[in-house]
Design a protein around this ligand. Structure first.
Ligand code: PHE
Length: 350
């Protein structure tokens, strides 16, 4: 019996020595130490031995098992270490490689312009309000004195979603919304409404989506909000957001929601008024529409035109942005070229 055990041990030693991977080691473990291994069978058959032999063989089997177990453990550790070493070698980081380029965004010039305008008007006591871009025909047109079939609707090619809903063509829709909001208890209004607007036009100088910033001032008649106030306000506006040395020109015009109405031009920033391709040789560039709020608009939206009156204006923001930063082509603003946008990275405070 002793010899058999000795033989098993020798065989196990030999087997373990020659193992080349972890999987085989697991099989060897089962072969020599598992429930059905030879050594276990010997233990189970101890009963057939003499009383003297039993403890001797029992001890020997246990000792042998322990030895084999130890040998397997040592081998196991060897394999584990080799595996870790292999992994480390494979996963080493080459710190000399250049990292992935991370492009940081920056505030868009039109958004900078909006913030600038908000700062200015808030400092003059205006509130900044917003309205929906998906607007009803009622607020975009009807409540602004533009009934269905009115020829002036052709001034703005609209994206209709249904018969009733469209993408707003002008931020003026928020004039009607604001007046209506206070109609039961009318009070003076001083708001600006920066936001996106949409028109069905797409050529070199127009985009189907652009930004406007409506302004609306309504006060009691006895406070005499007049054209002079509108002019003064727009002069400050142009001076602050574009630059000091520009002239303003008021041209009589037509908008259904203002009477009288004006289009306001400023000296062309590119040629300083001498005439160039940008200003079509006129020396002037139009930047906004404005006027005295039409009594019909007040009436339709719950303000008595005998008691209340005021002015409204609505510049397009892309042009103002071009003026401010000397951008020669409006399309730069919407092509999302990172090289263009990055130029505004550091102009945090202007
Ligand atoms: N909403 C007009 C436009 O988009 C501009 C405007 C605003 C005119 C306010 C008068 C008063 O052309």
């Amino acid at each position: 019996m002793k010899e058999t055990i000795e033989k098993i041990k020798e065989q196990a030693k030999e087997d373990i020595k020659n193992i080349s991977d972890m999987k085989i080691l697991q099989n060897i473990k089962i072969k020599y130490l598992g429930k059905k291994c030879e050594l276990t069978s010997i233990l189970k058959s101890l009963g057939s031995l003499s009383i003297e032999e039993r403890p001797i063989i029992g001890n020997l089997v246990n000792k042998t098992k322990a030895e084999i177990e130890e040998l397997i453990k040592v081998k196991e550790n060897e394999f584990k270490k080799a595996e870790i070493a292999k992994k480390l070698e494979k996963e080493t980081i080459d710190i000399t490689l250049p990292s992935t380029k991370f492009i940081r965004g920056s505030k868009h010039p039109v958004n900078r312009m909006i913030e600038k305008i908000e700062d200015l008007f808030v400092s003059m006591g205006y509130d900044v309000v917003s309205g929906p871009e998906l607007e009803t025909d009622e607020f975009c047109f009807e409540r602004l004195n533009l009934p269905k079939g009115h020829p002036a609707r052709d001034m703005q090619d609209s994206f209709y979603i249904t018969d009733e809903y469209l993408l707003r063509t002008q931020t003026s829709s928020v004039q009607a919304r604001t007046l209506l909001k206070y109609k039961d208890c009318p009070e003076p209004i001083r708001i600006i409404v920066p936001g996106k607007t949409y028109r069905k036009e797409d050529d070199a100088t127009h985009s189907h989506q652009f930004c406007q910033c409506e302004g609306l001032v309504i006060d009691k008649r006895e406070n005499h909000v007049s054209l002079a106030d509108l002019k003064g306000t727009l002069e400050i506006f142009v001076k602050e957001v574009i630059g000091d040395n520009l002239d303003l020109r008021f041209r009589p015009s037509y908008f259904p929601f203002t009477e009288p109405s004006y289009e306001v031009d400023v000296t062309c920033f590119k040629c300083q008024g001498k005439g160039c391709a940008l200003c079509k040789q006129t020396g002037w560039i139009e930047i906004l529409g404005a006027g005295i709020v039409h009594p019909n608009v007040l009436e339709m939206n719950g303000y008595d035109p005998k008691l209340w009156g005021g002015f409204a204006f609505g510049p397009g923001l892309e042009r103002l942005t071009m003026f401010r930063y000397g951008i020669p082509d409006m399309r730069y603003l919407y092509t999302n070229d990172i090289r263009f946008l990055k130029q505004f990275d550091r102009k945090e405070n202007d």
